[in-house]
Design a protein around this ligand. Structure first.
Ligand SMILES: [Zn+2]
Length: 321
């Protein structure tokens, strides 16, 4: 199951106590989620979702609060893979005496075209703002799987709805952004912390904990990776340096003999040949008396220099022949 479905499942099962909040959650659901379509000359209003618990939730809320009974249709589609779409039809609301639901939720069916308009909805109490934000998310929101990335968005049909949604998010200290895509306003959050805060605002506490756990594991994994990368880089440096030193010492051995080196350099050269994979610090400890890391480094540089000078002389001689 996707993380989106899990979050919505949790939200659909929330026990909301106050009627004020129930009404505002439903307003959020319908303002974001209702759409109108003209079919064979008749206008019809739908709330469509792939989420069975959500369709049941909307159905029972509408029935409880406004005593309207939406007609429910289940459609199976075969796009990509077989899945079921639940369609709640609210078309009877279009006739005058049933329109209380639309009026109370600030939804206006325009005289022409398949388009809904919205009156601004002023919500004062924080509990109802939370409920409204939850409704919007339930209707058209999605959240990416936190194992992969952090992204949460809500798609809203008009600028007015997007501005309103953003304003209520800001009341809870969130800083959403929006973009216009295919005629819809996508309000989105991209930071892990902001998504956690949003889930807290709308009351998805199980999802929040799940996301926090994933974040902790991710953070730890990143830290471990950083340390490992850092150690690998150091190790590579050590190995490259050692490789160069060993090459130079071999060169000296073949062309001049190690015995030609001064005593201090001779000892370190011999140790390096025998122990190509130890660090300078360890190499220093093998000497008696022991030598510091920088002392070892100093001597190895001298050896490098001797080898390089000899190579130059040899090339010089060869080119003279
Ligand atoms: Zn309330």
């Amino acid at each position: 199951m996707s993380f989106s479905l899990e979050v919505k499942g949790e939200l659909s099962r929330l026990e909301e106590l106050d009627t004020c909040c129930k009404k505002h959650e439903l307003a959020g659901l319908l303002r974001a989620g209702l759409s109108v379509r003209t079919q064979l000359g008749n206008r019809r209003i739908f709330f469509v979702t792939e989420n069975a618990p959500l369709s049941r939730h909307v159905f029972s809320r509408v029935k409880e609060l406004y005593h309207n009974i939406p007609e429910v249709m289940m459609l199976k589609t075969h796009r990509f893979r077989t899945h079921t779409i639940y369609r709640l039809e609210f078309t009877p609301l279009l006739s005058g005496e049933n329109s209380e639901l639309l009026k109370k939720t600030g939804i206006i069916v325009s005289a022409e075209g398949d388009k809904l308009d919205y009156e601004p909805l002023a919500i004062r109490s924080r509990c109802c703002k939370r409920a409204y934000l939850r409704g919007g998310f339930l209707a058209t929101g999605s959240i990416s799987d936190p194992d992969r990335s952090y992204h949460l968005e809500i798609s809203l049909p008009t600028k007015l709805l997007a501005d309103e949604y953003i304003r209520y998010l800001r009341d809870f200290g969130l800083e959403p952004r929006y973009i216009l895509r295919k005629g819809h306003y996508l309000v989105y959050l991209k930071e892990g912390q902001e998504i956690v805060d949003f889930l807290n605002v709308i009351g998805a506490h199980n999802a929040l904990m799940q996301l926090e756990n994933i974040r902790i594991v991710k953070d730890m994994r990143n830290q471990v990776n950083r340390i490992v990368n850092c150690e690998t880089a150091n190790l590579e440096k050590t190995i490259n340096a050692s490789y160069r030193q060993v090459e130079n010492i071999r060169y000296i051995k073949e062309h001049m003999g190690l015995e030609s080196l001064p005593k201090g350099l001779y000892e370190i050269a011999r140790l390096r040949l025998e122990n190509p994979d130890v660090s300078l610090l360890e190499l220093g400890k093998m000497l008696s008396p022991p030598l510091s890391k920088s002392g070892v480094n100093h001597r190895l540089r001298k050896i490098d220099k001797i080898a390089e000078d000899t190579m130059k002389d040899v090339t010089h001689e060869e080119s003279q022949h």
